[in-house]
Ligand binder design. Structure first.
Ligand code: IPD
Ligand code: CA
Ligand code: CA
Length: 247
């Protein structure tokens, strides 16, 4: 992944962050999606449209796969842009200020680059495979803390009711072993928090590729480990669980 292209992607993503920050909060159009408490707003679609248009110019050879309206299927051949226009839509609807834009680039089945931008804190996380992970141009690393001195982040897999109980059982188990637990409402921000050494473990029992395509590379490039909860490799053609940790 070319450094100039990475800069162009960051500039595009930063501009798209303005769409989130400038949203007219008096009247946000909200639709329901499949599963429980799963929403999409007009801004998820606006950000996705802007990313699709801009990324087409930066990486014309790449296939675009965005959460809102999937037009293509993933394959291990070629370059794919796996995009979550707003990760943390429920937070966005509530004006909770914990949402981000996530763009992952997968080349021939291998994570090549990732950008996660939280416009509320103006935090731009990015990584290019083999070149380390960065937050606003400063190199970041996972922490060295043991679980007993750690914070554990988790996601509730809110759209899959059948996973609710197990999610909270696992969270309770971690709560007993760690300092405390947190639930932010954005999987991509959670992954970046592990990468930045702000927390030690993150897990969620079912996520979609756009939730982790970028953040998982950022964790790995910061020295962390990302697998499924069972210890397998993450995949980009279907949902899976995610476990990210410092060491
Ligand atoms: C969701 C968020 C949330 C996680 C869900 C995701 P969305 O993404 O990342 O933290 O718990 O599993 O689906 O729907 O807001 O893009
Ligand atoms: Ca998401
Ligand atoms: Ca989303």
């Amino acid at each position: 992944m070319d450094k100039n292209k990475m800069l162009e992607i960051q500039s595009l993503v930063r501009d798209c962050g303005q769409i989130m920050l400038n949203a007219n909060r008096e009247s946000i159009l909200i639709d329901s999606k499949a599963g429980s408490a799963n929403f999409v707003t007009e801004y998820d679609k606006k950000v996705q449209d802007a990313l699709k248009k801009g990324l087409k110019q930066i990486l014309p050879e790449a296939v675009f796969l965005g959460e809102e309206g999937i037009e293509n299927t993933f394959s291990n051949k070629g370059m794919y842009l796996i995009v979550d226009p707003i990760d943390g839509t429920t937070n966005f609807i509530k004006d909770y200020h914990t949402s981000c834009i996530s763009v992952g680039i997968i080349n021939d089945g291998i994570k090549a680059a990732g950008v996660v931008y939280n416009p509320y804190l103006n935090e731009m996380y990015y990584a290019i495979k083999g070149e380390g992970a960065y937050l606003n141009d400063k190199r970041i690393h996972v922490s060295d803390e043991p679980l007993s001195n750690g914070i554990v982040l988790f996601g509730t897999s809110p759209y899959y009711e059948e996973l609710n109980e197990k999610s909270f059982e696992m969270a309770f188990d971690y709560f007993k072993k760690a300092l405390d637990i947190r639930r932010s409402g954005s999987a991509a921000i959670d992954l970046c928090s592990i990468a930045a050494g702000r927390a030690e473990v993150y897990f969620e029992l079912r996520l979609s590729p756009w939730d982790y395509a970028a953040g998982s590379l950022i964790v790995e490039e910061a020295g962390g480990i990302v697998t499924t909860v069972e210890g397998g490799e993450l995949c980009f053609d279907k949902t899976c669980s995610v476990l990210a940790r410092n060491k």
